[in-house]
Design a protein. Structure first.
Length: 319
């Protein structure tokens, strides 16, 4: 509990640093919300009209004053109003986050469901043909960009099977599970492809290390079956690096898989953030990045706590 309390106390400081970074960085980009909204017509505005719009968007004050006002609202649970959507930023984020969360979970299930068994298979057949094939496929998966995998999936489905993946909309899971799965399965496969390759390589390496330990040899000497040695004795200890990788990758996925969401036209958190940057929607960009950072912190904390659950020898201390 001391360790957990100490970690939780660092959250506000980290989020404060993230807020400072994103607040001042987004304002270094040329242009503003007025120009992004009106385009070339912004040049036709009179000084009075521009001043009125600047006051409306809250960009008429010095940057330090703007940050102070935004931070004061944040402490009250107010992330501001999105000028693009005309709604509170938190409302817009929570509308888009379920898609990104489900996409990340599906990609995680696919990656772990393929990567862990493949890594174990390769490790238990070290330097044999099975191991070589698995390693080649893993290297291929890691070296292939996600956007290439996504485009190939769309091309194969549309050209050879006459099926075009559903794009541009999102049906919640509770509304229509089949339609929801049909919309997200191919983007999830695209995201999970490279992730599965990484999990395979990490699992194989960790299993090879664990299988050479003394307690594994002792278990085999006692007559424990080969499958029990692999799956019940070796695998739990080999999962720690996999959990580390999964936690980091899941944090990135919760941040929004921007490229995949763009390819499949999914209205997720990554695409929302990218559009907000293009529209100079400062409040929405700040809210999205802060929300993503919070997700990252929570996931990393859960990963650290999972270490002790997987390996009782690990003890988390506040020292």
């Amino acid at each position: 509990m001391n360790y957990l309390a100490r970690r939780l106390l660092t959250f506000p400081l980290i989020l404060l640093g993230v807020s400072l970074l994103v607040f001042f960085s987004i304002r270094m980009i040329p242009g503003d919300a007025i120009t992004a909204m009106l385009g070339t017509e912004a040049g036709l505005l009179t000084p009075v009209q521009r001043q009125a719009l600047a006051a409306y968007f809250g960009i008429d004050q010095p940057v330090v004053v703007q940050y102070g006002r935004w931070l004061a609202g944040l402490l009250q649970g107010d992330l501001g109003i999105s000028v693009t959507y005309g709604k509170p930023v938190l409302t817009v984020i929570l509308e888009r986050f379920p898609l990104t969360l489900e996409l990340a979970l599906l990609a995680m299930v696919i990656a772990l469901g393929i990567g862990v068994p493949a890594g174990v298979l390769a490790a238990t057949n070290n330097e044999r043909s099975t191991d070589v094939v698995v390693r080649i496929l893993a290297m291929l998966g890691q070296s292939t960009p996600g956007f290439v995998v996504g485009l190939v999936i769309i091309y194969v489905l549309s050209v050879y099977f006459g099926f075009v993946p559903a794009m541009g909309s999102f049906t919640p899971l509770w509304a229509d599970p089949l339609a929801n799965l049909g919309q997200l399965i191919f983007p999830a496969v695209t995201l999970g492809f490279a992730f599965a390759a990484s999990v395979t390589r990490i699992s194989r390496s960790a299993m090879l290390d664990v299988l050479s330990d003394d307690y594994i040899r002792t278990a085999r000497a006692k007559g424990v079956s080969g499958s029990s040695v692999v799956w019940h004795h070796a695998l739990p200890n080999a999962l720690i690096p996999v959990v580390t990788l999964s936690g980091v990758e899941f944090g990135y996925l919760l941040g929004g898989a921007v490229i995949v969401e763009q390819i499949f036209a999914l209205p997720g958190l990554g695409r929302l953030t990218l559009d907000a940057i293009g529209q100079r929607d400062y409040a929405l960009v700040q809210g999205c990045v802060l929300f993503i950072a919070l997700n990252f912190l929570i996931v990393n904390l859960l990963v650290d706590l999972a270490y002790a659950a997987l390996d009782p020898r690990i003890r988390l201390s506040a020292r």
